[in-house]
Write a protein that binds this ligand. Sequence first.
Ligand code: CTP
Ligand code: MG
Length: 251
Amino acid sequence: MNASGAVAAAVVPAAGRGERLGPGAPKALRELGGVPLLVHAVRALARSRAVGLVVVAAPADGVAEVVALLDSHGLDGKDIRVVAGGATRQESVRLGLAAIPEEVEVVLVHDAARPLVPVEVVDTVAAAVRAGAQAVVPAVPLADTVKRVEPNPGGPEPVLDTPERATLRAVQTPQGFDRATLVEVHAKALTEEGAGTADAPPVTDDAGLVERYGGRVVVVPGHEEAFKVTRPLDLVLAEAVLARRRATDAY
Ligand code: CTP
Ligand code: MG
């Protein structure tokens, strides 16, 4: 690959178990149209001319399997590396980041669980970082009204308030970052956790870490097909989207 500063590198956290998807292989290795989710996700990134290197954070006990899998799906033409992921998504991203060469200035982080992200979204995010944004997230407006509640699992939950829907966005990946910023916020979060001083609620995306430490995050348009495969119904939807693509494009 061309590891010059102009080309982005992507980290793909793929070390999760996929508990909400139900029993079976780790989620990233579950198949969609006969091809593992992870392979779809890596292909989607590799299709972007903005991306020169992809680092996959695989389940710690599955690194060799993931290397073999990526090779067997003809992805050995691009620079693709595999590292062992961690116990949390945040840790997996941090370990992936550590494998990116120093000179790379733009880093994308993309969930293996978002196999169908269109290349336009990847390009848009990378371009916004290259144009000077510190952190960029693709997002879509919400269909449902959202209420904030006092959590009481299984029982009635008192409603606290209803944020105005027009101001809310559901965020997706790839999220894009100035590399130095992303490395810095991950290091800070690790230090705080190690010192037991992390009192904020857990952050569920990388841009959230940038926000926590006072950085500036902007939203660009995402795409409905960049949804995350989380529950069994999402796989049904993903199969349908893929079947439609295969029928209409040379996919
Ligand atoms: N991830 C990871 N390392 C972890 C946990 C999650 O790399 N220790 C990755 C997942 O593989 C996935 C992405 O982070 O690509 C988004 O996480 P999520 O959708 O929550 O996947 P899982 O954690 O696998 O699913 P679940 O929470 O249902 O167990
Ligand atoms: Mg998870």
